[in-house]
Design a protein around this ligand. Structure first.
Ligand code: ARG
Length: 468
């Protein structure tokens, strides 16, 4: 047991209490942010004359060594300390003696942990943005290759109207583009520095909070010290945005699973992204898509957990807040893993164009266009709807599609039909006449693709800019 606060106590902490309270098993994840925050703090203490120049330089140098040794694996983070802050401070004292004991001047673990967590989450917001950008790149490639790949569009999972694969993929492009813009929003709102908030009421030392905020790549310091130590809104916002990302990935996964089934055969997921069965030799299962769908619940769970943890906490810091870490870390690792794997799976999936086209052609997806044909020749829409309904029933009976019927058969149902009906209800016509903004017609899609390309090349990724 190694802790920073024995002075006031007359008894050793009970071992079970110690274990229950300790956080080093998980907060070591942000050792880099912890040391970086300390370096900025100590540099500022030196500039302000709170520590001497020499003390400050000595501590900064030793902290850099600790960081390098930890990264190189020559210094192991010992589980015998209560938390990562205690470990770093103890290691510093081992190396510098009394000078090391000055590290924590004008600081509390409350503002320290608030800083570490915020910097860690900021880094992950940036990384998630990058993964989303990569996924968007893959989706765009598919869109470009498939502006003429006709497939059925569905509502209620029933074939509805023909679209193209480019159009279907374009819907996901929009979803993940919005997810990226959520990352930017979160970054903009969260990028304020809690360091210098102290335990809750600031400190009596003349800290330069602007300076530490600048060194650590923040826009500026948080404006209220009580809020600074107890705000976890940014983590909640991030978990919420990750939940939306997972919801999108899960819907997409569900489609990949359906499309990969023997019944649909719209896609073939690559062998490298499929798994087999231990008993049924013929099986090739879409496990990655299923796992992405399955892991969505974990991320939602983290969001609800943290919201619940925070809802009853009086100002300012309370130990409940230590619960923000494990679930946030798990949700981040889960969502990032899913983004990377889904992207790899999508990039290697083969799209079975013929099968998609056949499915659209055999599903009466041109029925709306057949009704529109009659409307354009003077039949009121409601009557046209009824006529085509009877036509579809006739086709179902004959097990054929609308354009398989002879003109005599068509005329028997409505004399308005002429020979040009065949062209009017061809899959290509149905798709390419849909030219309004956002529709699947080739010309409309090409505009959407050009716009998406501009967005991907112009929209700069998020960055963290801190001073090493
Ligand atoms: N491990 C703590 C956390 O994650 C660090 C802050 C501890 N502060 C305190 N006053 N006990 O929240």
């Amino acid at each position: 047991m190694a802790q920073l606060w024995g002075g006031r106590f007359t008894k050793e902490t009970d071992q079970l209490v110690y274990n229950f309270n300790a956080s080093i098993s998980f907060d070591q994840k942000f050792f880099r942010q912890d040391i970086q925050g300390s370096i900025a703090h100590v540099k500022m203490l030196g500039k302000q004359g709170i520590l001497t120049k020499e003390e400050s330089e000595q501590i900064v140098a030793a902290l850099r060594e600790i960081l390098a040794d930890t990264q190189a694996g020559t210094l192991e983070i010992s589980p015998d300390y209560e938390d990562i802050h205690s470990f770093v401070e103890a290691e510093l004292i081992k190396r510098l003696g009394d000078t090391g004991k000055k590290l924590h001047t004008g600081r509390s673990r409350n503002d320290q942990v608030a800083l570490d967590m915020r910097m860690y989450v900021r880094m992950e917001v940036v990384q998630t943005d990058l993964l989303l950008k990569e996924l968007l790149g893959t989706i765009l490639q598919i869109m470009k290759a498939h502006t003429e790949t006709i497939m059925p569009g569905f509502t209620h999972l029933q074939k509805a109207q023909p679209v193209t694969l480019a159009h279907h993929m374009g819907a996901y492009f929009e979803m993940f583009r919005r997810d990226r813009s959520r990352m930017r929003d979160i970054y903009e709102r969260m990028n304020y520095c809690p360091l210098g908030s102290g335990a809750l009421a600031g400190t009596t030392y003349p800290l330069d909070r602007e300076e530490t905020a600048r060194m650590l790549g923040f826009y500026g310091p948080c404006q209220n010290s009580m809020d600074g130590v107890s705000d976890r809104d940014y983590a909640i916002e991030f978990l919420s945005a990750l939940s939306v990302v997972m919801m999108h990935l899960s819907r997409f996964s569900e489609e990949m699973i359906i499309w990969n089934s023997n019944e649909y055969q719209f896609v073939e997921i690559d062998d490298a992204y499929s798994t087999g069965s231990s008993i049924m030799p013929q099986k090739k299962n879409p496990d990655i898509a299923e796992l992405v769908r399955g892991k969505t619940g974990r991320v939602y769970g983290a969001l609800v957990s943290l919201l619940t943890t925070m809802k009853g906490i009086p100002l300012a810091y309370n130990k409940d807040m230590q619960e923000d870490k494990e679930l946030t870390f798990d949700a981040i690792d889960t969502a990032k893993g899913c983004l990377a794997l889904f992207n790899g799976m999508l990039a290697t999936t083969r799209f079975q164009k013929e099968q998609m086209r056949k499915s659209a052609a055999l599903g009466y997806t041109n029925a709306t266009d057949a009704a529109d044909y009659l409307v354009n020749r003077g039949v009121p829409f409601r009557d046209a709807h009824g006529i085509i309904g009877r036509l579809v029933l006739y086709c179902i009976d004959k097990n054929c599609s609308i354009d398989d019927l002879s003109l005599e058969e068509l005329k028997a149902i409505s004399p308005v039909f002429e020979a040009d009906i065949y062209d009017a209800v061809s899959m290509e016509t149905c798709v390419n006449k849909r030219l309004t903004i956002g529709a699947p017609g080739k010309a409309a899609m090409e505009q959407a693709i050009a716009q998406a390309e501009t967005y991907l090349s112009k929209e700069e990724g998020l960055r963290e800019d801190w001073e090493e």
